[in-house]
Write a protein that binds this ligand. Structure first.
Ligand code: PEP
Ligand code: MG
Length: 569
């Protein structure tokens, strides 16, 4: 009997195949002896608290979707962290001089083995839960890398969630789809799925654990569900739909290099979001009309010191060249808070997303910003360069940034450097305050690019990294759409363009709504360019405007999605 698990749609497409659970192999504890029992006890306590918080978030996030038994799995795992018998065994090991990781794993394994030996199958199954929770704690204690062996045939990858360090170790040729317990549409597994062009369903909850390795599943990344052990007729229909989807995608790719125009002749730019040289090559190859968002963080992260000006010039020039003369929107460094840099000491913050990030951090480190702007202006000579500032919240900030920028430009000119002629300066609209006051930003910018990932998290008060609130953070929420409309309405007739560069821009259901609201540029994951262009070509501007008007009047994101699904072009 087939059964259906409901999650959130995170990457469109249809796939059927066997499940392969992405399991984190037990990290190897290399430190066997502890220096001091009290220190080891504290380390273990911290790791247990982190594991408990993760479990609580998973449970809370899925509360209304889970059966009582499923909720109980997480509850039981959390209780295991405090199991008196287990902790007594840990304590004995610590007192004997073991390290936190050695004490913990020895006790966990003994506890799991005890359960596995019981005759009742229910308790035998709990042994897996004990090992799972043991693993979770050990991960926090060691952070050690894991070994991963994928099967040699294509599989549907199931996981609680995937970290970027883990996704890079998967062989993309053997991934048919992703299905995850936690995460949201802007989580890493979802972003990777869209990049690979495979379907993904996320935030399914603990029910996913009832699906065993090798079980046949049917994944519908548009509807956001997974059918477990589908009957042959369902598989046949899914395969037929998959063939249509792949064919439409191939057709879209064949004309991806042509501009995207609505049926009534309105041109919409479809650019790409790029975070590496490889992404830029892919964007060009997939027919992007330019780069709508270059995330420059890749140049700054994972290193001991900031890049030199010369280094930056070389990278920007290579990227501009790779795009063959198409416009490139470069965002200045957007780190801070949740993405610290080792060479920029920052005090820890209770709420990093509401803290010193983006341009707030740049203002504290003007040397770094100056170096980046100088590098951009030097690299941009002869290219259509656009410079964009992230996380602008107030008019005072843009005024400061603009003045700072003009000083850098004047200094370069005074040194006798040539300057780019085809240059624009703009801001990302990611904070509701900036969206609501667009008209006051107009004198300082040439364009606005709406970052719906952050704009949605700030509008709905839903942390984009917290799977427990992923269901709340849908960029098609009418509150977000009204903010977008506010930006486009203020910019209309001023000659300044408005784009969207959050993940929403690549969501095919959102495309007609966004263009109907007056958005002129969509910047999307490179692999999405062909399908986004194909979607634009199916709509007339008149129909898209009517749809957007209706969308603005809805009460929630689900209602907007229904409206789009039922729309007649
Ligand atoms: C956004 O916030 O929508 C955005 C595009 O920026 P990032 O995802 O890099 O924060
Ligand atoms: Mg952002």
């Amino acid at each position: 009997m087939s059964r259906r698990l409901q999650g959130l749609p995170a990457s469109p497409g249809i796939a059927t195949g066997p499940v392969w659970w992405f399991r984190r192999a037990l990290p190897i504890a290399t430190r066997m002896r502890g220096e001091d029992a009290a220190v080891e006890r504290m380390r273990l306590q911290r790791a247990q608290e982190q594991a408990a918080a993760e479990l609580r978030a998973l449970r809370e996030g899925q509360r209304d979707r889970l059966s009582p038994e499923e909720l109980a799995i997480f509850e039981a795992q959390e209780l295991m962290l405090r199991d008196p018998e287990l902790m007594a065994a840990v304590e004995a090991e610590l007192a004997a001089g073991a390290s936190a990781e050695a004490a913990w794993m020895k006790a966990v394994e003994a506890f799991a083995a005890q359960l596995a030996a019981l005759p009742d199958p229910y308790f035998q199954a709990r042994a897996a839960d004990v090992r799972d929770v043991g693993n979770r704690v050990l991960r926090h204690l060691t952070g050690s890398p894991e070994v991963l062996t994928m099967p040699d045939h294509p599989v549907v990858v199931a996981a609680d969630d995937l970290l970027p360090s883990e996704t890079v170790r998967l062989d993309p040729r053997r991934v048919l789809a992703f299905i995850t317990e936690g995460g949201g549409p802007t989580a890493h597994a979802a972003i990777l799925a869209r990049r690979l062009g495979v379907p993904a369903v996320v935030a399914i909850g603990a029910e996913l654990r009832t699906v065993s390795d090798g079980a046949l599943v049917l994944v519908d990344g548009e509807a956001g569900w997974v059918d477990v052990e589908p009957d042959p007729e369902m598989v046949r229909q899914a395969q037929a739909r998959r063939a249509v989807w792949l064919q439409e995608r191939a057709q879209a790719e064949a004309v991806a290099h042509e501009p995207a125009q609505t049926r009534d002749g309105v041109r919409i730019e479809v650019a790409a979001n790029v975070g590496s040289m490889e992404d830029a090559r892919e964007a060009f190859q997939k027919g992007a009309d330019g780069i709508g968002l270059l995330r420059t963080e890749f140049l700054y992260l994972d290193r001991a010191a900031a890049p030199t000006e010369e280094e930056e010039v070389a990278v920007y020039r290579a990227l501009l060249e790779a795009m063959g003369g198409k416009p490139v929107v470069v965002r200045t460094l957007d780190v801070g808070g949740d993405k610290p840099l080792p060479y920029l000491p920052m005090p820890p913050e209770a709420n990093p997303f509401l803290g010193v990030r983006g341009v707030r951090l740049s203002r504290q480190h003007p040397d770094l910003l100056r170096r980046q702007l100088r590098a951009l202006l030097r690299a941009g000579v002869g290219f259509p360069l656009r410079i964009m500032f992230p996380m602008v919240s107030t008019v005072e900030e843009i005024r400061w940034l603009r003045e700072f920028f003009e000083e850098v430009r004047a200094a370069l000119a005074a040194e006798g450097n040539p300057l780019p002629q085809d240059l624009q300066v703009g801001i990302m609209v990611e904070v509701p305050a900036a969206a609501l006051l667009t008209e006051h930003f107009l004198p300082w910018v040439d364009f606005f690019s709406i970052g719906t990932n952050d704009l949605t998290q700030y509008t709905l008060a839903a942390d984009r990294t917290n799977p427990a609130v992923a269901g709340l953070a849908d960029g098609l929420h009418p509150a977000v759409l009204r903010l977008i409309r506010h930006v486009t309405a203020a910019a209309e007739g001023t000659g300044k363009w408005v784009g969207v560069c959050g993940e929403l821009a690549g969501d095919l259901s959102a495309v007609p709504v966004l263009i109907g609201l007056g958005v002129q540029e969509l910047s999307v994951n490179p692999v999405r360019v062909p399908e986004v262009k194909a979607t634009i070509r199916r709509w007339s501007m008149a129909a898209a405007r009517a749809l957007a008007e209706e969308a603005l009047r809805q009460a929630d994101a689900d209602a907007v999605r229904r409206l789009v699904a039922e729309a007649h072009l």
